[in-house]
Write a protein that binds this ligand. Structure first.
Ligand code: OSB
Ligand code: MG
Length: 369
């Protein structure tokens, strides 16, 4: 494969409802789509999961755009590439900026799959034909509104509920939810809102039979998470803190977590995601696929990744209609009454791209040659 052309495109999509976490609120997504073509005219697509703000990760859509234009493009265009798995090595000189790299890398995986006329999930080594879905529910203005969201998700068949928590909206809130929904699979995500000095407070979550608590402490910490895990019965799941396979290995070695949330963008693409997955599978550590409020293209990549054997827990990959009035792929991602997504069988991502819809949402484009 030799890349001939890269197109960057920013689309803007309003979320159906604001999504609030301990680090902030999102109402309108600005999404960077990457499309690549090789010398034979074959193409592939990826989505950069960087947010509008540097509050989840240091990367934003604007930093990713600049890094793609100034560094990633020139390093990969017109170079012989044997396989998309080689890209991360090619880009290793660029420190960090994994969401920028991951968008390009994922597009190249789809390109490769389309060239081979195979589904991307098969090229990645996946086996599942159906993936289990959970939902991530943002912080709600009131408890009745939260209950309503939970009821809607359960009625749609979703297999686990994740609640966002933050200091002051945690123990009592989770207690109320557990009291009203005694039997559901429930977990919480703090997005780094606590310090180790909050351990005593966090210990109180142990009584609610949570599947896990996601990223309670600092976004770049492993050591304090290990200290916290020694005090909690509830398993810790790391999200923000795991950006490489080595960090996953170190986290497991010191007991910083018992579960890992794998996000394609956060780890820099499918190759690194697979490495983390393989490590966890070998050590019998459960993983699941996280989400970043993606449009259909990012969502389709998450579905492909989730078909790997180690993704044994329901992920945050859910139906398009939970986020968007109209998605940019056809058919939209739908969830069965069993709370699963059926993996498409077409080549590449396996969804049609709605070009007209994308054009209508586009606010800027740049072509790299
Ligand atoms: O921490 O998993 C997270 C959304 C944006 C940034 C971080 C996170 C999330 C979610 C939503 O939890 C997942 C989704 O439904 O796409
Ligand atoms: Mg998270």
């Amino acid at each position: 494969m030799k890349l001939d052309r890269i197109e960057l495109r920013e689309i803007q999509m309003p979320l159906l409802a604001p999504f609030a976490t301990s680090f902030g609120q999102t109402t309108q997504r600005r999404i960077l789509l990457v499309r690549v073509w090789d010398q034979d005219g074959a193409d592939g697509r990826g989505e950069c999961v960087a947010s509008e703000t540097p509050f989840y990760s240091h990367e934003t859509i604007d930093t990713a755009w600049v890094i793609l234009v100034q560094f990633i493009g020139p390093m990969v265009l017109h170079q012989g590439l044997t396989h998309p798995a080689d890209l991360s090595g090619r880009l290793a000189r660029i420190r960090g900026h994994r969401m920028a790299k991951g968008a390009l890398e994922a597009a190249c995986w789809e390109l490769q799959a389309r060239k081979e006329s195979r589904p991307l999930w098969q090229l990645l080594g996946g086996t599942r034909r159906e993936i289990e879905c959970g939902v991530s529910i943002g912080i709600q203005p009131s408890l009745p509104q939260l209950f309503e969201k939970i009821n809607t998700a359960l009625a749609a068949g979703y297999r686990r509920i994740k609640l966002k928590i933050k200091p002051g909206l945690d123990i009592e809130l989770v207690g109320e939810v557990r009291h009203h929904f005694p039997d559901i699979r429930l977990m919480v995500d703090a997005n780094s809102a606590y310090r180790l000095t909050d351990a005593e407070r966090l210990e109180r979550l142990d009584e609610f039979d949570l599947m896990m608590i996601e990223q309670p402490l600092a976004h770049d910490d492993l050591i304090d998470h290990a200290a916290l895990q020694r005090r909690l019965r509830t398993p810790i799941c790391l999200d923000e803190s795991i950006r490489t396979r080595d960090q996953a290995r170190q986290a497991l070695e010191i007991g910083a977590c018992h579960v890992i949330n794998i996000k394609l963008g956060r780890v820099g693409g499918h190759a690194e995601a697979k490495k983390i997955h393989d490590l966890c599978l070998q050590r019998r550590v459960p993983v699941w696929c996280g989400g970043m409020l993606e449009s259909g293209i990012g969502r389709a990549h998450n579905i492909a990744l989730s078909t790997l054997d180690g993704f044994i827990l329901p992920g945050d990959v859910s139906a398009s209609k939970r986020y968007w009035k109209q998605d940019i792929i056809q058919p939209e991602v739908e969830v069965t009454p069993r709370g699963t997504i059926e993996v498409p069988s077409g080549a590449g991502l396996g969804y049609q791209i709605d070009e007209e819809r994308i054009s209508a949402l586009t606010v800027r484009t740049e072509t790299l040659k």
